[in-house]
Design a protein around this ligand. Structure first.
Ligand code: GLY
Length: 378
């Protein structure tokens, strides 16, 4: 970590103090229940890059906020969720929550899920409209219902019943500007031919990325955040506004257990960002945690999950000229010994190359281990 980053971490952590609002604890005040009894692990939080770059008014980012909660004895999942609500509430962050780029009809629909390692609980929401912090609603689905996943109107109704403010729209001037530009570029006539319309939409988005109108790294913007306590308990949360300009109702991998995230308190965690459809075909997070259960290091488990996605990609429209996946997928892995990894199908070209790590030494950006050279073609 550079001196500048260290100073920024110390400053933001100090500024944050106890003033940062945390969700009401799942387990009341005091230390959260630990399954693994003795402190033996250096506490740690990993997340995608947004977990480092997005900051609240006090300058605190998600990973620093989460680690501070974990070391302060807050429940591990409460701490992680308090962290990701920072980018969820950030109007400048176009990949999650408020200000996330809307779907094809200009409506922001959010997906999120969380898993609590010590309890073995999980909850999720899909295509939720009107609530800036879907991760908190996912936590309430986990803690307050017998279900795992609520979607669409049902998810919103549940959120209203839980007392969340339902806003008419989560768009911002910036996200609407991006959506209007995309709309302007696609030919409405293509609605008559779904395959051409789909390609026109992709082409418009590619051009907008190339022209610098939008940031490639947030095109499938998602934040995954996982953490481990000193006693080796783990939890994770994933939250996203999903693929930009998606069809209304599209739910990606983020809220699906085994895909967007998976937690086994005896083994570790895996979570994903990138092309959700590719992850869903392989339930890669479940697979990666199983590989870690078999003794594989988080990096090896993540690489194996990526290889499986590469090998199962057979649709020519999803492949580049060399037959490689034309899209990116990333995994963030953490085992109960506190070893971690960030791996990506691609980390070169204009692909995102870094992810976030926070330890008691401070927050820093780490470099992804890529499976394939260069960047994705699509
Ligand atoms: N991985 C996020 C999504 O595809 O929605």
């Amino acid at each position: 970590m550079s001196d500048m980053d260290r100073r920024r971490f110390i400053r933001s952590a100090a500024a944050a103090g106890v003033a940062i609002s945390a969700p009401d604890s799942l387990f009341g005040e005091g230390r959260a229940p630990a399954v693994h009894a003795q402190d033996r692990v250096a506490p740690k939080v990993i997340a995608d890059r947004t977990g480092y770059t997005s900051r609240d008014e006090s300058g605190t980012n998600a990973v620093s906020r989460a680690l501070r909660g974990i070391t302060g004895g807050e429940d591990v999942l409460d701490a992680l969720i308090a962290g990701v609500t920072i980018p969820e509430r950030d109007p400048e962050e176009t990949g999650v929550g408020y200000g996330g780029v809307p779907n094809a009809e200009g409506v922001v629909q959010l997906d999120a899920a969380c898993m609590h390692g010590p309890r073995g609980w999980a909850g999720g929401v899909g295509a939720l409209e009107g609530v800036r912090t879907p991760s908190l609603v996912a936590r309430d689905v986990m803690a307050q219902t017998d279900h795992h996943l609520l979607a669409g109107e049902g998810a919103q109704k549940f959120a209203r019943q839980m007392g969340y403010e339902i806003e008419d729209s989560l768009t911002t001037d910036n996200s609407l500007r991006i959506w209007r530009e995309w709309k302007r570029r696609i030919d409405p006539e293509h609605w008559l031919d779904p395959s051409e319309r789909q390609e026109a939409g992709r082409q418009a988005a590619r051009e907008m990325i190339r022209e610098g109108l939008v940031d490639r790294t947030t095109y499938r913007g998602t934040i995954h955040c996982a953490g481990i306590t000193p006693s080796g308990d783990v939890s994770a949360v994933t939250t996203t506004s999903g693929l930009w300009f998606k069809l209304p109702g599209r739910v990606g991998d983020s809220p699906i257990l085994g895909a967007g995230l998976y937690v086994d308190n005896d083994v570790g965690t895996s979570g994903s960002t990138g092309r959700g459809e590719a992850n869903l075909y392989n339930l890669s997070s479940f697979r990666a945690v199983q590989l870690m259960r078999d003794g594989r290091h988080p990096k090896d488990a993540g690489m194996e999950a990526l290889r499986r996605i590469r090998d199962s990609t057979r649709d020519p429209r999803l492949m580049d000229e060399e037959g490689r996946p034309a899209f990116n997928v990333r995994f963030f892995l953490l085992n109960r010994e506190g070893q971690h990894a960030g791996v990506a199908m691609y980390a070169g070209g204009d692909a995102e190359s870094e992810y976030a790590l926070c330890t008691e030494e401070g927050a820093e950006l780490m470099t992804f281990e890529p499976l394939l050279e260069g960047g994705p073609a699509g």
